[in-house]
Design a protein around this ligand. Sequence first.
Ligand SMILES: C[S@@+](CC[C@H](N)C(=O)[O-])C[C@H]1O[C@@H](n2cnc3c(N)ncnc32)[C@H](O)[C@@H]1O
Length: 311
Amino acid sequence: MSTTPYPVDQITTVQDDTSSDSPTAIPPSGPIIEPTKSLANKPFLKWAGGKTRLLKRLLPLVPETFVNYHEPFVGGGAMYFALRTRVTERSFLSDLNEDLINVWLTMQKPNKEFENALSSLLERDSKEFYYEVRAQQPKSLAEQAARFVYLNQTSWNGLWRVNAKGEFNVPWGQRPFRSFSPDQLSLIRSSLVDTEIRNEDFRSSLSRARPGDFVYLDPPYLPLSDTSKFFFYTQKRFRQPDLEELANHCRWLSMRGVSWMLSNRDTPLVRTLFSESEIIGITTHRSVAAQNGVDRESRKSPEVIIRGGYA
Ligand SMILES: C[S@@+](CC[C@H](N)C(=O)[O-])C[C@H]1O[C@@H](n2cnc3c(N)ncnc32)[C@H](O)[C@@H]1O
């Protein structure tokens, strides 16, 4: 896997769920309290745009049971972890960000090199060491995954952002590295059984959906204007033509008897593209980073949950 950069113009807007109450509050060692309520059902990564906070609104709208589950914009997978017990057969998780998917794939199987790399990062954790790791580009996939986890837990707000040269450039977040204990890794692994994980574009992922399956779609939101400061998850940015194509795919899913649900910003474009489907408006609170990159404020953000293909 290459260390292809994911250039980002500038981050000032952070989508809703990068809060400290979402994924990574994990102790380094010691007893695991109520393990089934922890890592097997929660994302193991913090991810901008993660849906943990919205689950209470989203889950009641998901079918009680379905054959296969598809999540083509999986990110940290908040939805997958919340509903995986409703899946009768397999789950298909994918995302275009290859560094992210490398971590998911590494988590799926026991991997000594990965565990050793996590241990040595834990031993040396400090502010100075953070900047050393940030500057490195490890060669092996296991070390790349360990570096990703380290930066995810210790960078400012858990953001993954690189500059135009492909260098990760998020400042230290004043947070200690907690890593994962062997027990925690084993719990995560157990939550990824019967799961196929791929680094691919949503168009390929959706071709796998069959009648009786359920698809959850959480694509990147389009910037509010050409000049709005926005960050990008992947080198290939998600733009209006992508959203238009996604709307066509959703129409096709409905016609084939595949139920689907999509989260997005509430805009006239989104409402027009999905006018044939059920649209539910909601208001969420987003954390918005101020220009200094540290202070945050909460802003109301109108969003929609869109559904189709329900029998
Ligand atoms: C809003 S985030 C999803 C967050 C996720 N729901 C969670 O709970 O963490 C959008 C994701 O779409 C991915 N993405 C962007 N363009 C894509 C594409 N064309 N195909 C598949 N994934 C894409 C990004 O890498 C990012 O992880």
